[in-house]
Design a protein around this ligand. Structure first.
Ligand SMILES: CC(C)(COP(=O)(O)OP(=O)(O)OC[C@H]1O[C@@H](n2cnc3c(N)ncnc32)[C@H](O)[C@@H]1OP(=O)(O)O)[C@@H](O)C(=O)NCCC(=O)NCCS
Length: 163
């Protein structure tokens, strides 16, 4: 577990299901995710089951807890790839930056990766700004990398080398 000024970053638990479903069913939070908003809580249960079962040698992923609610997640689900999502009620408060500033050094300590990578939709201004502020730099771009629903999305690739 990691504590920051305002947050508790901890491993996922099955009783996070309802709070996390509020995040993963929210259209604004899921706008640039790799799937449509979850309509069925069973989709969130599958995600959460995977998080709870994740091997600590390949994954270093955290539920973001704020004011005793699970408001999102941040970390490395798969080796080297950083991911994050917060419920929109908590956007704009600097919480994602606070969470990732603590999570990133933890990931470098926990996983044998040379750099952290991110794959972001070029329209996802909030994530691009956040990653730039954390020191990530663009390494490339590609078009039509992912189809979500009826829409094809592009990718900006970013990386942060191990310090
Ligand atoms: C990305 C996300 C986690 C940012 O959360 P947040 O807590 O609002 O971010 P912060 O408040 O820590 O802001 C970090 C920086 O990004 C900037 N930022 C935040 N939202 C922004 C927006 N909509 N447009 C432009 N910049 C934005 C902030 O201004 C801040 O920079 P500053 O300190 O220089 O002003 C949140 O928008 C989110 O959950 N998005 C949906 C999930 C997602 O797309 N995840 C990434 C998939 S690759």
């Amino acid at each position: 577990m990691i504590t920051t000024e305002r947050l508790c970053l901890r491993r996922a638990r099955m009783d996070d299901l309802e709070d996390l479903h509020r995040v993963f069913s929210h259209p604004a939070a899921m706008r640039y995710w790799d799937s449509l908003p979850y309509e069925d809580i069973e989709q969130t249960r599958r995600l959460l089951t995977g998080m709870v079962a994740a091997s600590e040698t390949e994954s270093d992923d955290f539920v973001v807890e704020y004011q005793e609610r699970a408001i999102g997640k941040a970390g490395c689900w798969r080796m080297g790839e950083i991911g994050f999502i917060l419920h929109p009620d908590y956007w704009g408060l600097g919480l994602a930056h606070e969470a990732l500033s603590a999570v990133i050094p933890h990931v470098f300590g926990a996983l044998p990766v040379d750099c952290l990578e991110a794959d972001v939709d070029p329209r996802n201004d909030a994530s691009l700004k956040l990653l730039a502020k954390l020191g990530f730099r663009e390494t490339g771009r590609a078009e039509r990398t992912l189809q979500v629903g009826d829409e094809w999305c592009d990718s900006v690739y970013l990386a942060l080398p191990r310090p």
